[in-house]
Write a protein that binds this ligand. Sequence first.
Ligand code: ADP
Ligand code: G6P
Length: 481
Amino acid sequence: MGKTIIISNRLPVQLQISNGTIDAIPSVGGLATGMKSVHSGGESLWVGWSGLTDEETPAALENEIDVALKKHGCAKIKLTEKEIEGFYFGFSNRTVWPLFHYFSEYTEFELEFWNTYKAVNQKFADAIIEKSHDNDTIWVHDYQLMLVPQMVREKRPNTSIGFFLHIPFPSYEIFRTLPWREEVLEGLLGSDLIGFHTYDYERHFLSSVRRLLGLDVSFNDVYLENRVIKVDSFPMGIDYKKFASAAKKHDSNGKDSDLQIKLNSHKQSAPGTKLILSIDRLDYSKGIAKRINAFEYFLNKYPEYKEKVRLIILAVPSRSNVPQYQLLKREIDELVGRINGELSTVNWTPIWYFYRSLPFENLIDLYTSSDIAWLTPLRDGMNLVAKEYIATRTDKTGVLILSEMAGSANEMNEALLINPNNFEEQADTLKTAITMPEEEQISRNTFLQKRLERYNVEVWANEFMGALNRKSEENEPFISQ
Ligand code: ADP
Ligand code: G6P
């Protein structure tokens, strides 16, 4: 039995260099936070981009960088500024991300982006081929690396290769607009097993395979000449224990962070005021601007809640070289400024807005102090924040309002599910959440917590790896013929 090699663009840590010293900062985003728990418990090697371009990496620090990454079980792929521009900011985040999240109007089809994407995927594939042996298991992650499975398969026909997509796979009608649609599908089909968060994404993928490549698809198997590829859904879980026990410790240690002091002072100065929390990367798919508008709509529809609720928006800087993200940042700054300007009173600011990444302890402060979590993605592969909020509610109180468009809504029926485009419904749902009796909160969260605890990220990874091993074994005799 060989080792497992995890491969993704984003590593669990990002390196930064300041005054000649290297800092490893935890990465944000579902892939990194979720897979980190799987990786830290096992014998895997994780290969990806360090977060620094070649131009930002002083030659004298190369060795130190390798050592810093090795401490986290990681090895780096070196990428130039130009490669990051075309591959990461370009094809990954100006073509695939908007297209797969149904933002066709933001999608750019640029041949140069595509060519760089291909070249960088080849770089990743070459690195895996160099670092792995035939009996290793290769687990490729996400939309930045969709060509890697086939590129590795060409050189290592017997290796077991799995691929997991952390974002939605769009319907055939959307996917077919991609000029390089066949190449992308063929790239993915180099895997033995392809995993998605939900059955819908799986169905969309199979439909594209059938209609665009004309391949035989039976149930969730795709038949190639010499191999059968399994396609299945594996909804990703969280490290439930980590969140629940951090919240328990937080409740009992009595040492408050600055943020906790501010949250406590809010509670003391305005007893009975409800805190509504939203946490996302600053991304148009998360529906942050619409949420702020819906909050204003709610305060106008139910003015009796003015000074009785506060919305906390924590937005993590993300992909800030992409124009749509810059425009969104400006839009949110203006919206928050305008609404706070118009509605604030001497005792009350309706929205607290933080634009930054926060340490884990502060995330726990926010989760445990908020009466309601309000998450409104317009489209989201999964949304782990929803699961993390529920896991930290040690006394089982708290209300989750969650968009139907998040993959996690499929498994979280006891949450209050909303359509993020429907302001009327959201205003009423906010009122329901604010006035929900504690017994009802406890009863809903008991079900949610049980499910999250049972189907945690470790179970998710084991199920994926188990299915991959079974499929690779079935494919072996065909390949060696
Ligand atoms: P996405 O993967 O699209 O970013 P998810 O909700 O699935 O969305 O995952 C976001 C992850 O990033 C969560 O694990 C969350 O804890 C983490 N995170 C979100 N905001 C912050 C923040 N401000 N600071 C640190 N981590 C954050
Ligand atoms: C989503 C994607 C991940 C990505 C993360 C953060 O979760 O599925 O692949 O790593 O967002 O985005 P970033 O562009 O910073 O890696």
